[in-house]
Design a protein around this ligand. Structure first.
Ligand code: GLN
Length: 247
């Protein structure tokens, strides 16, 4: 069977800081190496998308100014279709600015209130101090807990409501708000967090987890993703976790 997936890349021109585009490349590569075609559909302001045909969505980070330019289009044009798809288990990865805009709102440091899609039960308030540095989060996405590594750089402090589950516990770094050690959220098949890096090239387990979720949603829950080695990436990930935990 020829397996195909469709990925919508939300606002790639406005929302692409710290190489977040690398996440889309990592997804495509790990699909291709298994013979799965990944079609990438950029979603720019004004575009019309049939969200029922989409399997995965990626929404990267951006500066406050980039976020302000796209939030109207996100809510008004993409809102109804994207929200319905998320409720129907669309697989989404949202980083930093993209993560903030899936929540209820982002109050910027100038006092501007940017409304979000409101599909994630989180809200974000800019703080005076930027939270910058390497970050390690312990996640439970599989049989054993493991550590996601990345790099965070945000002024927004994101607070979780009862409608989301925490993606993981922050072992190193600030995480969502620098206070409660919460690092990212999971809601249905949507994952939001502050990890740049780019995140997926550094964490192939998460890449594969997202691909498998998307394939199961499209082709049936019995689908099992064939294993694909990632020794080099995993060795680098382990070394970085070790270095940061023992610092
Ligand atoms: N502008 C947001 C903040 O600083 C998001 C930054 C980003 O996406 N890197 O909180």
């Amino acid at each position: 069977m020829n397996l195909t997936l469709r990925l919508a890349h939300l606002y790639p021109e406005h929302m692409n800081v710290y190489g977040d585009r690398g996440n889309v490349i990592a997804l495509r590569q790990r699909c291709q190496r298994r013979g799965i075609a990944l079609e990438i559909v950029p979603v720019n302001p004004g575009d019309t998308i049939d969200w029922q045909t989409v399997d995965l969505a990626f929404f990267g980070g951006g500066q406050d100014s980039g976020q302000a330019l796209i939030t109207g289009d996100l809510i008004e044009r993409q809102g109804p279709g994207l929200r319905a798809a998320i409720e129907a288990d669309l697989v989404v990865l949202a980083i930093c600015g993209g993560y903030q805009l899936l929540g209820h709102y982002f109050l910027t440091h100038t006092g501007e209130r940017l409304p979000g899609l409101g599909v994630l039960d989180v809200h974000t308030i800019a703080g005076k101090q930027r939270m910058i540095g390497n970050i390690v989060i312990e996640v439970h996405l599989g049989a054993e807990p493991w550590q996601l590594v990345g790099f965070e750089n945000h002024s927004g402090r994101t607070f979780h409501g009862p409608g989301v589950k925490s993606l993981g516990r922050v072992l190193v770094g600030y995480g969502d708000n620098g206070q409660d050690r919460k690092g990212g959220v999971i809601y249905r098949n949507t994952f939001g967090c502050y990890l740049h890096g780019a995140l997926l090239p550094k964490n192939p387990q998460l890449t594969d987890h997202l691909i498998e979720l998307a394939l199961r949603r499209r082709y049936g829950s019995q689908y099992v993703l064939p294993p694909l080695p990632a020794e080099r990436e995993l060795a680098a990930q382990r070394a970085m976790v070790q270095r940061l935990l023992t610092r």
